[in-house]
Ligand binder design. Structure first.
Ligand SMILES: *Cc1c(COP(=O)(O)O)cnc(C)c1O
Length: 478
C-alpha cells in the first residue's frame, strides 16, 4: 500500500512522497506527515542486525518509498551516493565510553560537514534532484541555520543541476568554522547569506521563511522549497541511525536501550519517535536541552511555552520554538488537524499552551528530559576528556551530562546511547575553554576545516529587516 502524506493542519489533500519532499512545507503552512507509519517486525529487526549502515538504510527507506515511484535499483544507488562522502567506512561509529557505565557514544558526525545534519541531507538533496530531473523542473532552496544545517545543505546541494541553495545564517552567532564551511564552498549554485540583527538567532530567520512560505503565489513564482527539518524526508532518514545503533549495541530486543539526544528543533528526536513507532523497542529517550529548554519544560510540566533566546555554548540547539514538536503533538492528539490548528493558534497568540492531562501523559510516555547549563557543559567536556580520553563537542556534552541527572529514573541495567551530533573541531574556542588550554588536542582538529581557512570566501550580507527583499531579488536574478 502506498503511503500518502497529509498536512498536520489538515488543509491540503493527500500527496505522494515526491510531492511532500519537493514542497517541504505543506501549502497550508503545516508539516507533512504519513497517513500510516510502516511497521518492522521483531523478526525483521533480528535479521537486519547484521546489515551494514547503507544496507539497513535501503531496507528502511523501501518501506516508505515504493518501487512505482523510485525503482529499487535507483533507490539503492541514491542511498549509496548519499553516504559515499562519509569519512568512515561504517558511516556511524559507536564508541563505548571508558570509565562510564554502559554508556556509548554514537558518532553521527562523519559526513562531509562534520555534523549529524549530514545524516539526512545528502539523501534529501539527491532524491530531490532525482525527482526534479524526472519532472524537468528546478527548485530554489532557502533555509535557516543555527550553524550545522547550512553547511550540510550547501555541501549536499553543491553542483546539483536542478537545485540552487541559499543558506541563511545569523551573523556572529555561529562559529567561524561553520561559517567557512558555507562561504568557501565556491560552487555556482550555492549563495550563503549572513544576516545581522537577529536577537533570536535562527528562530528569527525561521520566521521570515515561514512568512515567505505562507505566501503561496510568491512560493510558486520563485519555485521555492525547504530542507529544514520541517521536510519529512529529513526526519524519516533520521530514524535510521536509531535502528542501526540499537541493533549494534543491544544483545537482544529485550535489553533496555535508552537514547540521550541533544535537542533543538526536535528533528533528531522525531526520528527516534518514528523508529519506535515502526517497532524498535526503545526503553526511553532523553530529550537533552541546554538552558533554551522549551522541550524539557513541555515534557516535565505539560506547558509548551516560548521564551527569549539565551546564547549558549551549545549554539546548534539554541532554539526556542522546536517546530518538529508540532509533528509529535499531531500524533499525540490522534492526528486531529483541527485540534492542532487551535493549539497552534493559541501558541501563536499567547506564546504558550498547556496540554490537557490525557494528552500530556501521552506526550511524556517514554521520554525523560533535562536542561543543562553552560557550566555543566564545559565541565563535562573536561571530565570526559580526562577520564576517557574522549573529546565531546558541546552538544554531545549536553546529552552526556543529562544521564548524570536522570540516572535515578533509569533502570540499572539500561544501556545508554548518546547521540554525538557534531565533531569537536567545529567548536575550537569552547574546547580550549573547557580544557583550560590554548593548545588544541589532536581530536579537536580536522583537515577539512584547516583547509577552509586557506580558501576564498563568497557570501552576501544583509540586515534581518531586508532579508525577504534580498532573497527575492537574488532568486529572481538567477
Ligand atoms: C541540529 C543539531 C542538533 C539538534 O537537532 P534537532 O533535530 O534540531 O533537535 C544537535 N546538535 C547539533 C550539533 C546540531 O547541529
Amino acid at each position: 500500500m502506498t503511503i500518502k502524506y497529509l498536512s498536520t493542519k489538515g488543509g491540503v489533500s493527500p500527496v505522494d512522497f515526491d510531492e511532500a519532499v519537493l514542497q517541504g512545507f505543506a501549502l497550508d503552512g503545516g508539516l507533512f506527515v504519513p497517513d500510516t507509519i510502516p511497521t518492522i517486525t521483531k523478526k525483521q529487526l533480528e535479521e537486519w542486525s547484521t546489515l551494514n549502515f547503507t544496507e539497513l538504510a535501503f531496507k528502511i527507506l523501501s518501506l516508505y518509498i515504493k518501487s512505482d515511484l523510485v525503482s529499487p535499483d535507483h533507490l539503492e544507488s541514491i542511498v549509496q551516493k548519499s553516504f559515499a562522502s562519509f569519512q568512515s567506512q561504517e558511516k556511524v561509529e559507536i564508541v563505548q565510553l571508558a570509565g562510564f557505565d554502559k554508556t556509548y557514544i554514537v558518532e553521527l558526525f562523519h559526513g562531509p560537514t562534520l555534523s549529524f545534519k549530514d545524516m539526512a541531507m545528502g539523501f534529501l538533496l539527491n532524491i530531490m534532484d532525482y525527482f526534479l530531473e524526472k519532472r524537468k523542473n528546478k527548485i530554489n532552496i532557502i533555509l535557516a541555520t543555527t550553524g550545522d544545517t547550512g553547511p550540510a545543505a550547501a555541501w549536499a546541494a553543491a553542483g546539483k543541476n536542478n537545485i540552487n541553495c541559499w543558506p541563511l545564517f545569523p551573523k556572529g552567532m555561529i562559529t567561524r568554522e561553520q561559517e567557512l564551511q558555507m562561504t568557501t564552498i565556491n560552487v555556482d549554485n550555492v549563495f550563503p547569506v549572513g544576516v545581522s540583527n537577529c536577537p533570536d538567532g535562527g528562530d528569527d530567520l525561521d520566521l521570515v521563511l515561514a512568512e515567505i512560505f505562507l505566501d503561496n503565489d510568491l512560493r510558486e513564482k520563485l519555485n521555492l522549497s525547504s530542507v529544514n527539518s520541517i521536510n519529512w524526508c529529513r526526519v524519516m532518514v533520521q530514524s535510521i541511525h536509531y535502528i542501526y545503533s540499537y541493533l549494534k549495541v543491544a544483545k537482544s530486543l529485550d535489553e533496555k536501550i535508552v537514547f540521550s539526544v541533544p535537542s533543538g528543533a526536535f528533528g533528531n528526536l522525531f526520528g527516534g519517535y518514528l523508529a519506535r513507532s515502526m517497532g524498535l523497542p526503545v526503553y526511553s529517550f532523553i530529550c537533552a536541552n541546554n538552558v533554551n529548554n522549551t522541550l524539557h519544560k513541555a515534557f516535565s510540566t505539560g506547558v509548551f511555552q516560548k521564551k527569549d533566546l539565551i546564547e549558549t555554548k551549545s549554539s546548534a540547539i539554541d532554539i526556542v520554538v522546536p517546530y518538529n514538536f508540532w509533528r509529535y503533538i499531531y500524533f499525540m492528539i490522534k492526528k486531529d488537524g483541527i485540534k492542532l490548528n487551535s493549539l497552534f493558534e493559541n501558541f501563536s497568540n499567547y506564546g504558550k499552551i498547556k496540554f490537557d492531562d490525557d494528552i500530556y501523559q501521552k506526550i511524556k510516555h517514554g521520554f525523560l528530559s533535562c536542561s543543562i547549563s553552560d557550566i555543566d557543559t564545559i565541565q563535562t567536556i573536561k571530565e570526559v576528556f580526562s577520564k576517557s580520553n574522549y573529546l565531546l563537542d558541546p552538544h554531545t556534552a549536553v546529552a552526556v551530562k543529562s544521564i548524570d541527572y536522570l540516572r535515578g529514573n533509569l533502570d540499572e541495567d539500561s544501556k545508554i546511547l548518546c547521540l554525538a551530533t557534531a565533531h569537536p573541531a567545529k567548536f575550537p574556542d569552547i574546547i580550549k575553554e573547557s580544557l583550560g588550554s590554548d593548545v588544541l588536542p589532536q581530536q579537536a582538529k580536522h583537515k577539512s576545516l584547516d583547509d577552509s581557512y586557506l580558501k576564498n570566501e563568497k557570501c552576501d550580507m544583509c540586515h534581518l529587516k531586508e532579508l525577504k527583499t534580498h532573497l527575492i531579488e537574488s532568486i529572481e536574478k538567477i
